[in-house]
Design a protein around this ligand. Structure first.
Ligand code: SER
Length: 410
């Protein structure tokens, strides 16, 4: 009987494929970008490679591949839907001034069809069709036509940039049909076409004046979300339904009585927090620490809804003596979930330290909630709050607006 590949096997198939084609494998870089970097967190596999895409020679050569952990805060509100995660892994391959888009797309096709067994009739591509500044990406268009894959051309959706300035270029996205019946229509009109792989032809640098300067050494940068690919290969409807989240979705509901979207958010955020902590971040008022703080506090807010928060002076309750009325605490988060996450990401970091950081933030948040309740009980804050009230509460009592709104909604 044919078995579906696990997430880890899927990543291994990808890296072996590119290694066999002369690519050197790089270890994943940290989620935390170094000081001076324009982004706080690694949000795409190419972020650590930016200087090399701009022309600096890479010590490992011109063909590279990796499995890079990434964090996207832009997607935070979408977490809980079937395809968005805060921390995820991106499979990446690069040609730094070596082969061009035709070769990259042909290998893309070969890996998806022969390596992963996706029927060629389930593939659809999109290609940059040109705009006022740049012509259409004819090389990529021809590559797909040679392979017999249907192509849709777009403008904005097929242009990739790293930010307002820096390396950029036309891209070609590969979609896989996930509907029950035979493939219908095109990706822009039917979301049963799921995007799995993006091949970016890094041909330009966007300048401060928005002009485009051709790069002296064009490159190809590809990125494919591992969890989404595994979802497609395992024939699932959601990234939460596969092997990675199975222990979370099994162990958390009996512990905390959560389900559905809330369960997915709690699992995603705690898993992400564990990885961020293991990359050296502690909760704080800004930067990396603030992102971590938001993740943990969002979890606690969901767990403590409906007045379920606990007094910071009450010791944590062992899970075995829990009753439905006992408030939830991260002290009960099973160590095996943290250990499996750190192991999956290859992070040699103590599980106990992750728990300490989570619990310290829980205590801090619980303390803020009880102090905040006292302040907000004053008659001055009984009506509608204006900007001056929010500023006072923030500046004098350290209460951020989102927390004030949570407390007032209780
Ligand atoms: N940079 C592209 C992306 O993030 C491909 O790696 O999608």
């Amino acid at each position: 009987m044919e078995t579906t590949p696990t997430t880890r096997q899927t990543a291994d198939t990808f890296t072996a494929f590119f290694r066999d084609r002369g690519h050197r494998l790089m270890p994943s870089a940290s989620l935390v970008r170094p000081p001076g970097d324009p982004v706080l967190f690694t949000a795409a596999g190419m972020h650590p490679l930016t200087p090399y895409l701009e022309g600096r020679p890479h010590p490992l050569g011109r063909r590279l591949a990796d499995v890079q952990r990434c964090l996207r805060t832009t997607d935070l509100e979408e977490v809980g839907d079937p395809t968005h995660l805060t921390v995820f892994e991106m499979l990446g391959s690069w040609s730094l001034g070596d082969y061009g888009s035709r070769q990259s797309l042909r290998w893309g096709y070969e890996l998806l069809v022969d390596g992963f067994g996706i029927g060629p009739e389930r593939l659809h591509a999109t290609v940059f069709g040109g705009d006022g500044q740049t012509g259409p990406d004819d090389e990529s268009l021809r590559a797909w036509q040679e392979l017999g894959v249907p192509v849709e051309t777009t403008r904005e959706d097929n242009w990739w940039s790293n930010g307002p300035t820096g390396p950029c270029g036309p891209d070609s996205e590969i979609f896989v049909w996930t509907g029950d019946g035979p493939p219908l229509g095109a990706p822009s009109g039917d979301d049963r076409w799921v995007e799995v792989w993006n091949h970016v032809m890094m041909r330009y640098r966007r300048l401060d004046d928005q002009g485009l300067q051709p790069l002296s050494r064009p490159s190809v940068d590809t990125g494919m979300g591992l969890e989404r690919l595994a979802m497609v290969l395992q024939g699932r409807r959601s990234v939460f339904d596969g092997d990675l989240f199975e222990p979370w979705l099994r162990l958390l509901p009996p512990l905390w009585g959560i389900e559905g979207t809330e369960l997915r958010i709690v699992a995603d955020h705690l898993r992400s927090a564990a990885v961020v902590i293991a990359d050296g971040v502690t909760p704080g008022a800004n930067g990396h620490g603030y992102v971590l703080r938001r993740l943990v506090r969002r979890v606690l807010t969901l767990l403590w809804r409906h007045g379920r928060d606990r007094d910071p002076n009450t010791p944590a309750t062992p899970a075995t003596s829990r009753t439905p009325a006992t408030p939830a605490t991260l002290a009960d988060l099973p160590a095996e979930l943290i250990a499996a996450t750190l192991d999956h990401f290859g992070l040699p970091y103590p599980v106990a330290r992750v728990r300490e950081v989570l619990l310290a933030e829980e205590r801090r948040f619980a303390g803020m909630l009880s102090r905040g309740r006292g302040v907000l009980a004053r008659p001055r804050f009984s009506g509608v709050l204006d900007a001056g009230d929010y500023a006072y509460l923030h500046d004098t009592h350290g209460l951020p607006r989102e927390l004030i709104d949570i407390l007032r909604a209780e």
